[in-house]
Design a binder for this molecule. Sequence first.
Ligand code: SF4
Length: 210
Amino acid sequence: MLPVMERFHSLQGEGAHCGRSAFFIRLAYCKVGCPWCDTKKSWSAELHPKENIIQLSLDAVKAQADGAGFVVLTGGEPLHHNLTPLCKAIRKYTTIDGINPMPIHLETSGVDQITGSPDWITLSPKRHAPPRLEALKLCQELKVIVHEEEDLMFAEDMADKTQKSLLKETLLFLQPGWNNKKGHQLAIQYVRHNPKWRLSMQTHKLLGVQ
Ligand code: SF4
């Protein structure tokens, strides 16, 4: 059983998989405490019902039949929970006729140990609560939110700590804080002059979709 704020089938609005059909499970509970958080309702686990991981997996199966290409575990901070049982259940129920299960994407701040062996990790580290080194080494995508100049220095520091090899290159994104004019200007200018970085926008908010 896990506390769930919401689950829905929509398009991924941000980052490397932007525009793709996905099934989102937003787990409740976060103690990271970002002042600009846009999902503060997710902070308390008590405010949200505990749900059975098998039911969540069956909902993923329905979304799969309706075209969702992967499952996104988000929050809140999903890694405040042990994700192994949920990921095992999703893999079991979304494997149909021996065909590969739905890939599982994890969106995390990286403050806790990684569980569940996700297929894709989007690490969104926070300056006031830096991530574990393990998360920096394992993530496929680093996404740093930009509000002020210090965020760009933090982004470079985080990028330096990601794994760089011929087999794995972490994709680097700067994402302006929502409705933050200074963050937009800083991120756009920085990406213009630093081609290893890409710009990520919250396109679901621009389009007014969930
Ligand atoms: S880690 Fe995410 S959910 Fe938690 S406070 Fe920060 S932005 Fe909000």
